[in-house]
Design a protein around this ligand. Structure first.
Ligand SMILES: C[S@@+](CC[C@H](N)C(=O)[O-])C[C@H]1O[C@@H](n2cnc3c(N)ncnc32)[C@H](O)[C@@H]1O
Ligand SMILES: [Mg+2]
Length: 304
């Protein structure tokens, strides 16, 4: 019920403010270790969604490159992502099964679907998605992350089929790749041009497909918990992992996705219980949140 209220509030905000968010924040920086493919002229059937701007922020990538060998250390800097994984997978399973009319109770509900995990890091999300039957492509702009992902996925026959590539969403768009579902979890706060990034995610999504994004809200609570507590008091994350000014509010995310032809259908918060050490889904989107959106099945179909 409360999540419906949140969505109604977001829809009315969109109607009232559909020009507040500027898409002109392109601070493209080249990243040498992972060469994007040359920019081709937009193809005729892709003109509205193709973006030529780079999502790469070299400063952000350097931070991930420095800790790449700790991806699968469940007690290391990626411990929060490991702990959050069952909760975010529960959201993904329920929203995508509903959307693609799959049975959420079977062991491989995503059989027959193609997913791309953009900014896959060490493959913490890609691997369980492959175990749930999806044909998974994982891409990351940091070469070391892709090497770690490949090594780890090859340890299990259920994940060894994952296609890992050191590349970016915009380069996949240039290759005209498309997927049933496009996922970018905890990535958008690290990219150079969030609006351009969302356009690339949309271009990678088939008509009628789904896009899932998680990130951190630009709220005072997020400053206190996700930065001051997590980085400086509890040392869960290396200091400087997150810049508060790079966070997006849920309203901003809804707007930039809408401009990229993705309509957010459902949103949930992740909340941490320090007593149990567990994360759970919640209507509280004031800090960590996840959004599930859809792309119209045909171009002329109006957005919801
Ligand atoms: C916080 S990690 C999230 C990893 C993974 N999505 C997860 O949630 O388990 C962010 C990842 O995004 C990658 N990244 C940052 N900017 C990127 C870009 N422009 N294109 C592709 N990957 C990017 C980083 O290298 C890093 O691995
Ligand atoms: Mg982050």
């Amino acid at each position: 019920m409360a999540s419906k209220l949140v969505m109604n509030r977001l829809r009315s905000l969109y109607r009232d403010n559909n020009s507040i968010f500027s898409t002109s924040q392109n601070q493209a920086i080249k990243w040498r270790s992972c060469q994007p493919s040359p920019i081709n002229p937009p193809s005729p059937n892709n003109t509205s969604t193709t973006t030529s701007s780079s999502s790469v922020n070299e400063f952000e990538l350097a931070k991930f490159s420095a800790i790449a060998d700790t991806w699968w250390d469940a007690e290391g800097p990626f411990k929060p992502l490991h702990l959050m994984n069952p909760t975010r997978l529960a959201f993904i399973r329920s929203t995508l099964c509903r959307h693609f009319r799959k049975d959420p109770n079977c062991t491989r509900p995503f059989e027959g679907l193609k997913f791309v995990d953009v900014g896959c890091g060490g493959g913490i999300l890609s691997e369980p998605l492959a175990r749930m039957g999806a044909t998974v492509t994982g891409v990351d702009a940091v070469d070391k992350n892709i090497k770690i992902s490949r090594l780890h996925a090859d340890l299990d026959p259920q994940t060894s089929s994952i296609e890992y590539r050191c590349t970016t969403a915009e380069s996949l768009v240039e290759e005209q790749r498309q997927f049933d579902a496009v996922l970018a979890l905890e990535v958008i706060e690290h990219v150079a041009d969030p609006a351009g990034f969302c356009k690339s995610l949309s271009a990678l999504t088939i008509p009628g497909g789904a896009t899932v994004i998680s990130t951190i809200n630009r709220s005072m609570r997020a400053y206190a918990t996700a930065i001051v507590a997590a980085e400086y008091l509890l040392h869960w994350l290396p200091k400087g992992t997150h810049q508060w000014s790079s966070f997006l509010t849920p309203e901003e995310l809804v707007l930039i996705l809408r401009r990229a032809s993705i309509t957010v259908q459902e949103m949930a918060g992740f909340v941490y219980n320090p007593l149990t050490g567990r994360w759970s889904l919640s209507d509280d989107i004031s800090v960590n949140f996840i959004a599930f959106g859809t792309k119209p099945a045909n171009r002329d179909e109006p957005l919801d």
